[in-house]
Design a binder for this molecule. Structure first.
Ligand code: NAI
Ligand code: MG
Length: 356
């Protein structure tokens, strides 16, 4: 963490609406910095599918070293028609998450005031939990292969990788997060009935690590029924931890029950702070609405708030979320995806005004 209250932020707006929402996050950050007495500098990186088209690379050779010099990274979205999604994911996002040891992917699931949940009769008091996803190993591995391609004997193998170090550190992070919240309750996503090696191991480690956190209440569900509980009983959850794949699924389902994809934020965290952590909206580049100034900037602003919280500016982060809530209750300042009338920039300016 920086010793003074100055923070250097790497901006990677990326593609599509990423380039529209990140400037609004910057606007909100600048307004917050003024009222909360810290300072920021921003460096722009053009890492994107457009750059890949022109140069064959998403980032320059020394890109990773460049970005490591910053306190945090704020990313828009990467992906564009013409570049297969697995190319952009494995070309940029996964290398950043892995090389910067951002082994925690964190997504708050909160029904904000002003948002209607797709679940009937649910209010802000019912939906307020965190999904903690393992972000570096597990099911998303490059180990595997294909033989007899194109023949009737075609055979494909993909291996999962679960290390004790990797499992324990994500579980510890989740327990500590649960310990810091009033409910002190941690739920583990598993599937140890069907997946007979890695998931029983996950359960074993969950039990072993739990012994160090006797004040945290625990439970576990198989991933299939857990998804049903997210929809039917969102009020049962406080912190939910899952492997890379299960966490990925839960961390899209969670924000969906809390309203719109246009507001959902996320963080990729290196808890040891050896490397910068990265904050990004959950949504992608939205080619269908890109360039029209109608994208909702709230997910990007909320991600920026998570960044300030991680950098130790908790009051600033709380103020940013409060400003978002103010803007969301008013049709004139929320965007179309939420039934409002505001453009991306009008919504962004309203958030910045609420912060000033
Ligand atoms: P998407 O999130 O870009 O769009 C899904 C739907 O939600 C679209 O109808 C879009 O208009 C709407 N939407 C998304 N964000 C919005 C916002 N801020 N305001 C209003 N409406 C919003 O997901 P999709 O279409 O599956 O992916 C598009 C591209 O983005 C793909 O290339 C994909 O790989 C990439 N992507 C990148 C991610 C990242 O950088 N982390 C995450 C998800 C997708
Ligand atoms: Mg996902």
């Amino acid at each position: 963490m920086p010793s003074s209250r100055h923070y250097s932020v790497a901006l990677v707006p990326g593609d599509g609406i990423g380039t529209e929402v990140i400037p609004e996050a910057v606007r909100a950050l600048e307004a917050t910095a003024k009222t909360h007495g810290f300072s920021l500098d921003f460096t722009d990186f053009d890492w994107s599918c457009e750059r890949y088209h022109k140069t064959g690379r998403f980032m320059p050779e020394d890109g990773m070293d460049e970005v490591k010099r910053h306190d945090a990274i704020l990313l828009g979205a990467v992906g564009w028609p013409g570049v297969p999604d697995h190319v952009s994911l494995w070309g940029l996002l996964i290398p950043l998450r892995r090389e910067l040891k951002q082994y925690v992917n964190l997504r708050p699931v909160r029904l904000l005031k002003g948002i209607t949940s797709p679940l009937a009769d649910r209010g802000p008091e019912d939906i307020d939990f965190m999904v903690v996803r393992e972000n570096n190993e597990g099911e998303y591995s490059e180990i595997g292969g294909r033989i007899y391609a194109g023949t009737e004997d075609e055979t494909v193998v993909q291996e999962s990788v679960f290390t004790r170090r990797g499992v324990d550190r994500i579980l510890r992070y989740a327990f500590e997060l649960a310990q810091s919240r009033p409910a002190r309750h941690l739920t583990s996503a598993t599937k140890s009935n069907g997946i007979v090696h890695t998931m029983p191991f996950w359960d074993e480690r969950f039990k072993a690590v739990a012994a160090d956190y006797p004040d945290v209440k625990t439970d576990q569900f198989h991933i299939d029924i857990l998804t049903a509980h997210f929809v039917q009983h969102p009020d049962w959850f406080d912190v939910v931890v899952g492997s890379n794949l299960f966490g990925d699924i839960l961390s899209d389902l969670g924000p969906a029950v809390a309203g719109s994809i246009g507001i959902a934020p996320s963080a990729n965290i290196n808890p040891e702070r050896d490397f910068p952590s990265m904050f990004e909206p959950v949504h992608g580049s939205a080619p269908d609405i890109a360039g029209q100034s109608i994208a909702n900037p709230v997910a990007a602003v909320w991600s920026a708030a998570m960044m300030m919280e991680f950098l130790g500016e908790t009051q600033a982060a709380d103020a940013m979320v409060a400003a978002i809530e103010t803007v969301l209750v008013d049709e004139a300042t929320r965007t179309r995806d939420l039934g409002g009338r505001a453009s991306t920039q009008e919504c962004g300016r309203a958030i910045a005004d609420a912060l000033s």
